[in-house]
Design a protein around this ligand. Sequence first.
Ligand code: GDP
Length: 484
Amino acid sequence: ESSTYDDTENVDDKLFDGLIASGFDEASCISKLESHRYRRKASPSHKPSPFLISKLRNYEKIHRKCGPHSRAYNKSMAKIVNSKNHGDSKCKYIVWTPSNGLGNQMISMVATFLYALLTDRVLLVRFGSDMDDLFCEPFLNSTWLLPKDSPFWYENNGETYQTLLERDKANNNSKEDFDLPSVLFINLQHTSNDPEKFFHCDHSQDLLRKVPLLVLQSDQYFVPSLFITPSFNLKITNMFPEKDTVFHHLARYLFHPSNEAWGLISRFYDAYLAKADEKIGIQVRVFSPSTTPHQAIMDLLLSCTISNKVLPQTVGVHNSSMAYSTTTYTRKNHTLKAVIVASLHPYYADNLRAMYLKNPTINGEVVGVYQPSHEEQQKFKDNMQNMKAWSEMYLLSLSDVLVTTSLSTFGYVAQGLGGLKPWQLFKLVSNGTYFPPCVRDFSMEPCLHVPPKHHCNGTLIQDFLSSFHHVGKCKDYPHGVKLF
Ligand code: GDP
């Protein structure tokens, strides 16, 4: 029941089983208190571990001490900006910078936050105006926004991680006479033909540990890289006894819809989803709209959802362009299914809705189909589209059953937040058919599309699965890996 608010509700429940610290200004972030009423009851096995909770509380202390506008911040930044690295900065930072769409950005922020937790760095985010007012401040009594007057908004010409590695190699990896900068730019972007980055190696991490400020750009979920880094492995395992909950917990910790986003989410939910017996989320991402006809994807979607009993079959042929059914029927059951469709295109929801209005289902279930927006095109750096995208990812995460599109990070955010293992639709790029139309994911974690190719000694990783436990090949992208 989501429409009544009961103040006697369990405080632990409200604060995400201890994941969220109490004491925040409630009016500034209504979703933190209200969201648990919209979520499916989390299974007990997805409770955050006591170790994770203590790491987070400890992180909040460091962030409060070293975060923007504090004395330690001003002192540390002055040193970092003005001097060479004397290794004496009290506070260490990692500045996250954006690239690509919102889903990509959110998965890389989670990875960067885990890295900050592992290395005792303070996470600051360089949000442009397109990110205005999407999320609440995650860290108690501080801000994660890189102040607008910081030189790290603009400065991009310091030393890079790549040149550091080269210098280190030329220096025969010897630690003597090796000058480390106070600021380093790390690019962990999606590329398949770059030289190996060795970011997953202790030797690299030993170097990075001594650099007080890192500026990181990535559109990837590089958590599996951190997981296979020997010096991080045990900590991650202790924080996340269930390996496939890293994104689930950290995203729920970091990303709370702002009051504006929460308005969009809760009003949509209350109007269209709250009364349903079952909520089904469908995300249709069309990667090559010019070469893939909508009808081909629609056929794939119907074949996936109906053969896997995600959606009920209608009486008569089940394709989307059919005549009105003349079958008379009596309702055998009163199950109401609400389908929320997220897509840039109206085609899929329109067709599904028409199909279920024109024809009865064979089991008598009633299906309502709703789509919050159809933006037609991906726009970069657009605040309004980000607001819609974020609220749709969140709404999808509230479903009981989820269907996503292979390779879409938009879908990864929904599945991870919701703790769902989705059906992943095959990513069609032409007018073809594919079988099976979708597969069930084995883990709710996002996929790392470009994993390291080499062991730290430079030899090729022949087989990820036998080299590292709890890391599997992604079903939606066989080159990628994910935790399970
Ligand atoms: P990916 O490209 O599918 O991995 O996901 P991203 O989120 O990184 O980039 C896609 C961007 O396109 C989103 O951030 C939105 O701006 C837009 N977009 C794609 N699909 C949708 C959708 O279903 N709804 C809305 N509102 N925006 C979408």
